[in-house]
Write a protein that binds this ligand. Structure first.
Ligand code: ACO
Length: 429
């Protein structure tokens, strides 16, 4: 039996049967509801896309009530425990886990595309001494489209794969160089003997030593953080990538748009706000007063609550565990004690329980990043490196989806109509 929705338009008394498929109705079907042949069709008003599905996707599944996150059907907990970031990237892009041969080829290809054209180095050096690394990353990724003009041939499957490999490979190089620039330190070239994440740490922190090999526990923790950030279905930045990509522009330009979206404080910046909050609380004794202020509506408990998760964010659980490994190497971040106590008190408090407010991915990630000695401006750069395979998997899906068209939302026009223009000389006379 086909499912449908019966809609009665009380303006005309007419009834319409609107088919339901996959739990959704087509907005275009509502467009057939009109008060007359020449009248505009009924539109759906949904600022912020709170209840609008923009695509069919097989990349990432989230059940926010149950706290489930899966990439291509695999639970995030299992991937974080047993996989690597590059294997997860393969899974997201190709849709299934790689064979041994496929994995080795993939790792090889990505490893050997980590270098960037020397001119990229030249223009990155031209940024102001205090340039925000995220702005530098966004600009450099966009600029890559000029180095690979063939990237615009997005109908060509081999060409698409080439650009995907390049972008995943070069992201750590561009991210690390953005970091080094702000510190006034020389750029470090990739070391292709190292793993993806170990090489990133080398490009970030190497000084005069001939080889920089980070502690394996730190490499693993950062690799896990990349896995946790690799995709999160149709969020603000992914929607930006898809929207810009729907114009059939090259993938560098589309991903640069995603980086721009992630740059914003409402998307990528909450972990920095968590650190500021923990620092302000200062010690465990001040927590009850702080919680009272939150409950009185004076401020929010940063790192708590999520638009989708109404349960413990599964990524927060994994990050909490990773904290132990990192702090074993770096020494405990004193803010951890406050964070743990804050979480304990909040999870038992009726205000948070009733509103289903649990720690989100950002509650503990800032603490780990700080232990690595990343300045807060780098947090979103790390997020962007992790999210790149997800953006690209979503972009790839878009390019092959016959139902997709150029993104072009409607508006509800509220302005004036039909005014007569008076030339300046008359208006100002
Ligand atoms: N602290 C205290 N109260 C909160 C919090 C919080 N962190 N989050 C939500 N609430 C309360 C609201 O005041 C509201 O209460 P009310 O019903 O009495 O008015 C209720 O919970 C519902 O909140 P909304 O704002 O409607 O929830 P929404 O889904 O729009 O917001 C958001 C989600 C923005 C994440 C919110 O929970 C928040 O501001 N959290 C803190 C910031 C943060 O950690 N952001 C990172 C999100 S993860 C990411 O982007 C990668």
């Amino acid at each position: 039996m086909t499912e449908s929705l019966t809609v009665r338009d009380n303006r005309t008394g007419q009834e319409y049967d609107v088919p339901i498929a996959d739990g959704a109705i087509k907005a275009a079907d509502l467009g057939k509801i009109k008060t007359g042949d020449d009248a505009p069709g009924l539109a759906v008003y949904d600022p912020g896309f709170v209840n609008t599905a923009s695509c069919r996707s097989s990349v990432t599944y989230i059940d926010g009530d149950k706290g489930i996150l899966e990439y291509r059907g695999y639970p995030i907990e299992q991937l974080a425990e047993g996989s690597t970031f590059l294997e997860v990237a393969y899974l997201l892009i190709h849709g299934s886990l790689p064979s041994k041969v496929e994995y080795e080829q993939w790792v090889h290809d990505i490893t050997y595309h980590t270098f960037v054209h020397e001119n990229v180095k030249g223009f990155m050096e031209g940024f102001r001494y205090d340039a925000h690394p995220m702005g530098m990353l966004m600009a450099s990724v966009g600029a890559l489209s000029t180095f690979y003009p063939e990237a615009g041939m997005i109908q060509d499957a081999d060409n698409r794969q080439m650009q995907i490999i390049r972008m995943i490979a070069k992201m750590p190089t561009l991210g690390a160089w953005s970091f080094r620039h702000a510190q006034g330190k020389p750029f470090v070239y990739p070391d292709n003997d190292l793993s993806y994440t170990a090489n990133f740490l080398s490009m970030l922190f190497k000084m005069s030593e001939s080889k920089y090999e980070a502690d394996e526990r730190l490499v693993r923790a950062l690799d896990t953080l990349f896995i946790l950030h690799a995709d999160h279905e149709q969020n603000c930045s992914t929607n930006a990538v898809r929207s810009v990509g729907s114009s059939q522009v090259d993938p560098y330009s589309a991903v640069a748009a995603g980086i721009g979206a992630l740059y914003g404080p409402l998307h990528g910046g909450a972990n920095e706000a968590v650190l500021r909050m923990l620092r302000r609380i200062g010690s465990k004794e001040n927590i009850p007063d702080f919680i009272k202020g939150v409950k009185d509506g004076n401020e929010r408990l940063m790192g708590f609550g999520h638009r989708v998760y109404k349960n413990y964010d599964p990524r927060a659980k994994i990050i909490k565990k990773a904290c132990d490994d990192v702090f074993e190497v770096t020494g405990v971040n004193p803010l951890l004690e406050i964070a743990l106590e804050l979480e304990k008190i909040a999870l038992e408090d009726e205000y948070f329980v009733k509103r289903k407010l649990y720690p989100n991915v950002d509650f503990y990630s800032g603490l780990i990043y700080e232990a690595f000695q990343f300045p807060p401006e780098m947090f979103t750069v790390l997020f962007a490196i992790g999210r790149t395979p997800g953006w690209l998997a979503q972009w790839l899906e878009l390019t092959q989806d016959k139902e997709q068209r150029i993104a072009r939302p409607k508006q509800l026009y509220m302005g004036d109509r039909g005014l007569d223009f008076t030339p300046r000389e008359q208006r100002w006379a």
